[in-house]
Design a protein around this ligand. Structure first.
Ligand SMILES: [Zn+2]
Length: 582
């Protein structure tokens, strides 16, 4: 590099290092800075060693500054960057503990495919994914499906979970299924038994529990590893039946939490009776959660486990096993509970509701499951923003639907085109219309470039009929004046049960403003498409959507003016849409 090039590169590096630092709580990292620099100045690829040295130097300088000073420098030197980066900088996750100690950050999301994902799962997914991305690390998906009896996995949930992750935009770098890995767990079970850090307990469960409750050991704890391995063989070959033998990991019998004392690691399940949906009756010994999860986190190189604080006891259990194997336990981040008022995130409550017929399906609009949110037009971006803003804090968080809607509205409002939907229609006839009118209704008020919906009103003997919503009958009183949005102003003459009659009043919007005439929406009589709106309480609103809605496609999110945002679900002879929010 020439001296000039060096000065120039240093300047650009400083900019990227500062931005990186601002995003990650004041500590910049060299690697992303290098990526950005080479993106902007590809010619520097030839000087990579020199450039890397320069970056390390500048990053160190930047990291010595306070966050405040860093921000001030960017504001002074590159205010324009701060504007475009602002959104991202506001959504900052706190740095991961000890991220720099690892060559590569690895996180995972590890669901049991026995249930649908919901907003609570989205937190584990998005935090794990975003942290991996933040550190240029890797994010794994691991199906924890080793309980074919009480938490029996279902085949379709493997796919629905993959679909939900893809929808959330959380691409996983590798996928593992624990029911494919039984041989691996057997290998480690054998090892821990051989090393004397675990034993095969054949006591009755209750007898064992009574003993450990008073910090006493069961007789099996003193078996030699030879005896244990013999029993282990018996577990595998069918000498023992379900419930007759269990591998226990030795912990501390004085541990304050009895649930941690010599916890069960592998047990027998009668898979002739309870076949596994993927591997049938091939295996009879199955690892329990802590054993499979603990072994996998180590073998897969997971560096940061991000999960709810209900897992704290599991960490205490697994740490014993890690010590026995001589492994280092990953960094663990335990966040608090997330509640959304008015929606149950509890598996048992949702399952009960489905059994009782209270909910029709997993995507019933009353639920906060991901399929339900997707169906209603809640965007993955909104969920990302919400989860990142909530972050991994340990305090419990209570949200309302309205919080989620506010995030979603920000995203869909600029994108959603506008249409008319007349709920519960009433006929309204306007007389004295002086000539034909063509209403040009913008698809979006802020985006004229998107074009218009156009409706021509050709009065017959000065008369034309329309559909208006019964919701507006309060505005349609005798002598009252209203403006048909984008068309003309009218004065109500007669209000009948099935027909409202009105006179043409004037044309201009200015006139309507002068008259104080409220704006209402309308649809020309004998046009449009019948429309059913599924509301958040699972009730339906019925009416007619304007003619232009016939060309909409499923998954589009639009706004029915004066009604709310909806997602198109089905379009055939009838339009079916799901209500998102106002
Ligand atoms: Zn025992």
């Amino acid at each position: 590099m020439t001296l000039d090039e060096n000065v120039e590169a240093r300047e650009i590096i400083q900019k990227f290092a500062l931005l990186n630092a601002l995003r990650y709580g004041g500590k910049a990292q060299s690697k992303p800075v290098l990526g950005k620099l080479l993106g902007e100045c590809p010619h520097l690829r030839g000087n990579i060693i020199e450039v890397t040295g320069l970056i390390d130097e500048v990053v160190q300088e930047v990291n010595r500054l306070s966050l405040e000073k860093q921000r001030k420098l960017v504001e002074e030197k590159w205010p324009e960057v701060l504007v475009s980066e602002k959104v991202e900088i506001e959504r900052v996750l706190p740095p991961l503990p000890n991220a720099e100690k690892y060559r590569r950050v690895v996180t995972r999301f590890s669901p049991n495919p026995d249930f649908v994902l919901h907003l609570g799962s989205a937190r584990a997914i998005i935090l794990s994914y975003e942290y991996a991305k933040m550190y240029n690390g890797q994010f794994f998906l691991r199906f924890e499906d080793t309980d074919p009896k009480t938490k029996k996995p279902k085949l379709h949930f493997y796919d629905s979970i993959r679909e939900d992750l893809a929808w959330l935009g959380c691409k996983w770098d590798a996928e593992f299924i624990q029911s494919d890995r039984l041989k691996i767990y057997y290998e480690y079970a054998e090892k821990i038994l051989k090393d004397g850090h675990a034993y095969v307990c054949t006591c009755k469960r209750q007898d064992f529990q009574e003993k450990v409750r008073v910090k006493q050991q069961c007789p099996c704890r003193d078996l030699t590893s030879k005896e244990n391995l013999l029993r282990w063989k018996g577990m595998l070959n069918g000498t023992y039946g379900e419930g007759e033998a269990v591998v226990r990991v030795k912990t501390d019998l004085d541990h304050p939490n009895p649930a941690v004392r010599d916890w069960p690691a592998l047990r027998i399940i009668d898979t002739e009776k309870y076949p596994h949906p993927r591997v049938g009756s091939k295996y009879r010994v199955w690892p329990l959660y802590n054993f499979a999860c603990g072994v996998d986190d180590h073998l897969m190189g997971v560096t940061h486990v991000i999960r709810g604080k209900e897992h704290l006891t599991n960490q205490a259990r697994q740490e014993y096993m890690y010590r026995h194997f001589g492994w280092k336990y990953p960094e663990a981040i335990h966040y608090g509970r997330l509640k959304i008022t008015g929606a149950s995130l509890s598996k048992s409550v949702i399952l009960q509701g489905l059994r009782d017929g209270l909910f029709k399906h997993w995507d019933d609009s009353r639920l906060a499951t991901l399929p339900a949110l997707r169906r209603r037009g809640i965007t993955p971006e909104a969920i990302h923003h919400l989860i990142i803003d909530v972050g991994p804090k340990t305090a419990d968080v209570v949200l309302s639907w309205e919080n989620l809607y506010a995030y979603n509205r920000k995203i869909i409002d600029p994108a959603a085109n506008r249409y008319f939907f007349v709920r519960d229609p009433t006929k309204l006839t306007v007389k004295n219309i002086p000539h034909a009118f063509t209403a040009q209704l913008p698809l979006h008020p802020d985006h004229p470039e998107r074009g218009f919906r156009s409706y021509k009103i050709e009065p017959e003997k000065g008369e034309a009929s329309f559909l208006v919503s019964s919701d507006d009958t309060g505005l349609l009183k005798i002598g009252g004046k209203v403006r048909f949005m984008g068309l003309f102003n009218l004065q109500v003459e007669k209000v009948g049960k099935i027909l409202i009659q009105a006179f043409f009043h004037s044309e201009s919007y200015e006139e309507a403003k002068k008259l104080g005439a409220p704006l209402i929406h309308w649809i020309p009589m004998n046009s449009g498409i019948p429309c059913e709106v599924v509301m958040p309480d699972a009730s339906t609103a019925n009416g007619v959507a304007e003619e232009a809605c016939k060309t909409l496609s499923p998954n589009e999110i639009i706004q029915f003016e004066r009604f709310g945002f909806v997602r198109i679900d089905k379009v055939n002879k009838k339009l079916t849409v799901y209500f998102a929010h106002r």
